[in-house]
Design a protein around this ligand. Structure first.
Ligand code: PLP
Length: 480
């Protein structure tokens, strides 16, 4: 039985790898029909169930889709959409503005029946999260001694061991003692910034940039120097070098993998070049890897941290995008700055509640994390293409769209006449909201841009909401 089980496993895995390679090499082009289950089974001399298993896994990888009564097809768009322009932020350090707009976005996630199209919330209704819910309940039953006490400031060792194990996928060899558990990635970013800067210092960031990190820059009395950023290759190293020559920059902050909001994933060569630049100017890099594990293809890209032999990269991440953000569980691997970051963590929140840490550690140890991620990546990739198709179909001519290789966020650049703050205001009457571009800039740029979420496959209600947003955008153009 076991032998039979192993044999089946081997055969379907073999077939899966072969099919994946053929798709990735373009042998089976996007949109083409894959061989029928029956024909593949007789051609290969394997059982129908082996082929079915291979096709199901192919679907989970986001490489194939099943069409009722027709069979399996290669999944995906055949062409990248018209991408946003390379950003051109202000060329000087700035105080970060637009907190009110950020507050509005965060608040808009509440209310019943609200269609929040712009949040960065993952899908949390997958059955692959059920074992996590169970682990949370089990963990809460443990003895009060274990769970009503302070946890180690660094966080649970069991969880840190699991995080170190997962980090191997991104090329990182981390010892659990190099990791500090934090309250989400936000606290990891704040503790990192506090450990390496003084009020008044300048931090270079990619642009557009996640509003949580720019608002942290504001709250700590720092200035942001936004660097032009390419929608496919990320922060411009050429522009960064010029800025480093001109300004006394104290740190570089980037989200190089499945970037929020622009969607780029920096190629490996550019990651290494960024690290070389940081070495040349003797600067720390804060690397936000929160969406890294949601890169659709395998293996996922290596972190900048994985090339860093001196400990100058402070790697920040969390389970907020991969599992759920209500867990409030993040971590930082601060390299040389570990002791300083640990002190900031202590004065910030002392330590994290033990129950969530135990549950998440157990979930990962049981293989639940990898199973969940495999499923979510396939779901998000499929939803990305559906969402891009919808935006292309509904939105005014001249609209440009990002094409992320992972995660579930889309950056939409509308014609210049569309002010997305105004647009958001108009959407209120329909109980819809988007994330206006201004909150991703220190100085209120990107007024004609917005961020959309495609964590859930667009259903009829969402399509209607999108159509409404697109119509309002067109009205703004007509009025201008
Ligand atoms: C790029 C990025 N970094 C950090 C965070 C904050 O994450 P957390 O909820 O884990 O604090 C977010 C959340 O949206 C994010 O998109």
């Amino acid at each position: 039985m076991v032998l039979y089980g192993c044999l089946v496993m081997k055969l379907y895995e073999q077939l899966l790898e072969e099919l994946s390679q053929r798709i990735e090499q373009g042998y089976y082009p996007v949109g083409s029909k894959l061989p029928s289950i029956r024909s593949l089974s007789s051609e290969r001399g394997v059982s129908i169930s082996t082929v079915q298993e291979a096709y199901q896994r192919l679907e989970e990888r986001g490489l194939a889709e099943v069409r009722p009564k027709s069979g399996y097809y290669v999944q995906g768009r055949s062409a990248v959409p018209a991408l946003p322009e390379v950003s051109r932020p202000a060329q000087r350090p700035l105080e970060v503005s637009h907190w009110e707009q950020v507050y509005h976005l965060l608040n808009s996630e509440k209310g019943q029946g609200h269609m929040a199209l712009g949040t960065a919330m993952p899908a949390i209704d997958s059955p692959t999260l059920k074992p996590l819910m169970k682990a949370l309940v089990e963990a809460a039953k443990f003895s009060s001694d274990q769970f009503l006490n302070y946890c180690d400031i660094r966080g649970s060792e069991k969880l840190r061991k699991q995080i170190a194990r997962l980090a191997v996928d991104s090329g990182c060899q981390l010892h659990p003692d190099e990791i500090i558990i934090t309250t989400g990635c936000q606290e990891a970013l704040v503790c990192s910034l506090r450990a390496i800067t003084q009020p008044g210092d300048i931090v270079a960031t990619d642009s557009p940039s996640f509003y949580g990190s720019t608002q942290a820059i504001k709250a700590l009395g720092l200035k942001a120097l936004e660097i032009p950023t390419h929608p496919e290759t990320g922060i411009s190293l050429e522009a960064l070098e010029l800025a480093l020559d001109q300004w006394p920059i104290k740190a570089i902050q980037v989200t190089p993998t499945c970037n929020n909001p622009l969607g780029y994933t920096m190629p490996e060569e550019r990651r290494k070049a960024l690290l070389r630049l940081a070495q040349q100017y003797d600067l720390p890099i804060i690397e936000d890897d929160i969406y890294g594990d949601l890169y659709y293809k395998s293996p996922r890209p290596r972190t900048i941290k994985s090339f860093d032999e001196e400990g100058r990269v402070l790697l920040c991440s969390s389970f907020s995008k991969t599992l759920a953000y209500g867990l409030r569980l993040g971590w930082v691997a601060p390299g040389q700055c570990t002791e300083r970051v640990l002190h900031k963590k202590f004065v910030s929140t002392v330590s994290n509640p033990p129950v969530q840490q135990e549950a998440v550690a157990e979930f990962i140890a049981q293989g639940g994390y990898e199973r969940h991620i495999r499923k979510m990546k396939a779901q998000y990739q499929l939803a990305r293409d559906m969402m891009v198709d919808l935006v292309e179909a509904f939105f005014p001519e001249g609209t440009r769209i990002s094409y992320p290789a992972g995660g579930y966020l889309l950056w939409v650049e509308l014609p210049i006449e569309v002010d997305t703050v105004k647009l958001n205001k108009r959407l209120e009457s329909k109980n819809i909201s988007i994330a206006p571009g201004v909150i991703f800039s220190a100085s209120g740029k990107y007024r004609n841009c917005m961020r959309l979420n495609f964590a859930k496959k667009p259903d009829e209600k969402m399509k209607q909401a999108l159509q409404y947003v697109a119509d309002e955008a067109q009205r703004l153009i007509d009025e201008a």
